[in-house]
Design a protein around this ligand. Structure first.
Ligand code: CMC
Length: 433
């Protein structure tokens, strides 16, 4: 018989089953709790709630471990290319050479977007945030590519290729249009990462020279961002998807969720924070003092994580990449010096030590993106392109899960008890008797 836990409540005692994960983590299955006791659980921010069983990504926040389908993030960042990692996440196994080649052909074949969609880009106000544009355009894909079904691997490959390729093209296109420049189309001879850089920076009068180190940096950036189990945007994709909405709407909801500065938007906020510190004379100590002050809403952006209570393993890799890129390009970025100083001071400060606050992936990624020439307001779009395989894999897993139901949490109501309706002419005006 499997293990249970006893819940004693007033004069009742019920047993609830324990579920054990592949890495030994335990959860209480409360699926029958309300039916047996009338009780619900209360867990704001879901910090103690497992929303699903998943075989995609494993995280151990105490030991700083991240694995996709059992493969360590360190090994994937060093050896894998982004399209292969995407395939691994979505299909559950590394592709053979033939499977990866076939996937690359599909990515190439689906890399153009319908020419009519360009008109949409032209009509957004020039100052629009690219995340808002991307979320709208992804929803619009549904109107341009309405028919799809996912009943076999080939159909899954097609929808994945369509999303991954078109979103990358749309991101680069929105940048070009925002600059008032000619749109650059994808090229069949370039890899996924090189193609993106070329679409962003090639120009009819100044051809872009593709730098291998930048391609490698972008590849590592996207591999590191490809999935992160049940974070805010992924949970959003699963939740929106649970209503059986089409995949474009679910992914668009994920993009909107990612936008916030506590989540994917942190990479933009980190650079803005470092620039502010630079503008104010580089006083790093002052930023640390502000972050500790409970009367000041300021937080050190790029620090802290809901799950990691140690150094984010992705941040370690990103920091090394940052050094490599700046050395290769012979750039000395003053923001890197500020970031290094900030990290050094924060990691010795008792507030950060006691709160287990360490740099997360966003702390160094902005410096790498800046070196590539990516504008700050596009940073979160870069994160979104990277997270796409994870969203698709998690969405697909939820559809295939026989236990998956419409997401519908409950609440503890704290408003008025029953009120009698008073006709408008009989209501007292506040302050008049
Ligand atoms: N600077 C200063 N204090 C902090 C910070 C920070 N960056 N992060 C958390 N704290 C403090 C917070 O004030 C609270 O203190 P106390 O218990 O004394 O009131 C305590 O730590 C716990 O904070 P919390 O907000 O309850 O923790 P959380 O697990 O809900 O928050 C977080 C996680 C990522 C939202 C938070 O650490 C944060 O706001 N960090 C800055 C934004 C950021 O870098 N986000 C990117 C996350 S990684 C990318 C991704 O996966 O999305």
């Amino acid at each position: 018989m499997s293990e249970t836990v006893k819940l004693i409540y007033r004069d009742k005692c019920i047993e609830l089953p324990l579920i054990e994960g592949a890495e030994g983590e335990l959860a209480i299955d409360i699926g029958k709790l309300r039916q047996k006791t009338g009780l619900i659980t209360f867990d704001p921010g879901y910090a103690n709630t497992g929303s699903c069983q998943s075989a995609i990504t494993f995280m151990d926040g105490e030991r700083g471990i991240l694995r996709y389908r059992g493969y360590s993030i360190e090994e994937l960042a060093e050896k894998s290319i982004f399209t292969e990692t995407a395939y691994l996440l979505i299909h559950g196994a590394l592709p053979t050479r033939r499977e990866l080649n076939h996937f690359s052909v599909l990515l190439n074949d689906n890399s153009l977007i319908h020419e009519d969609m360009q008109a949409f880009f032209q009509n957004f106000p020039r100052a629009s945030h690219p995340m808002g544009i991307l979320a709208s355009m992804v929803t619009a894909l549904r109107s341009f590519y309405p028919a799809y079904s996912i009943t076999n691997e080939e159909e899954l490959n097609l929808i994945v290729a369509r999303l991954m390729s078109k979103i990358r093209t749309m991101a680069a296109m929105s940048y070009k249009i925002s600059k008032g420049h000619k749109v650059i189309y994808p090229r069949p001879d370039l890899t996924y990462c090189a193609n993106f850089l070329n679409m962003m920076f090639d120009n009819p009068v100044k051809p872009y020279r593709i730098d291998d180190t930048l391609v490698e940096a972008l590849n590592v950036f996207w591999v590191l961002h490809a999935d992160h189990e049940q974070n805010c945007s992924t949970s959003t994709v699963r939740m929106v998807g649970s209503g059986k909405v089409n995949i474009y709407a679910a992914i668009s909801a994920g993009i909107s969720a990612l936008w916030g500065p506590l989540h994917g938007g942190a990479n933009q906020s980190v650079i803005e924070m470092l620039m502010d510190i630079q503008k104010n004379g580089g006083d790093v100590q002052k930023a640390v003092m502000r972050a500790k002050d409970k009367n000041d809403p300021f937080r050190l952006m790029g620090f802290g994580h809901r799950v990691y209570k140690t150094y984010d393993p992705r941040a370690k890799i990103m920091k090394r990449m940052c050094d490599k890129v700046l050395r290769k390009l012979k750039i000395s970025d003053p923001l890197l010096d500020i970031a290094l100083k900030l990290e050094e001071i924060a990691l010795q400060d008792s507030y950060f030590i006691d709160h287990n606050l360490y740099p997360n992936v966003d702390f160094y990624s902005g410096i790498v993106l800046r070196a590539m020439g990516i504008p700050t307001n596009m940073f979160t779009v870069m994160f979104a392109i990277g997270r796409l395989p994870g969203w698709i894999a998690q969405w697909k897993e939820s559809l295939d899960d026989p236990k998956w139901r419409l997401s519908r949490p409950r609440q503890i109501y704290i408003g008025n008890t029953v009120q009698k309706y008073i006709p408008i002419d009989e209501r007292e005006v506040a302050g008049q008797s």
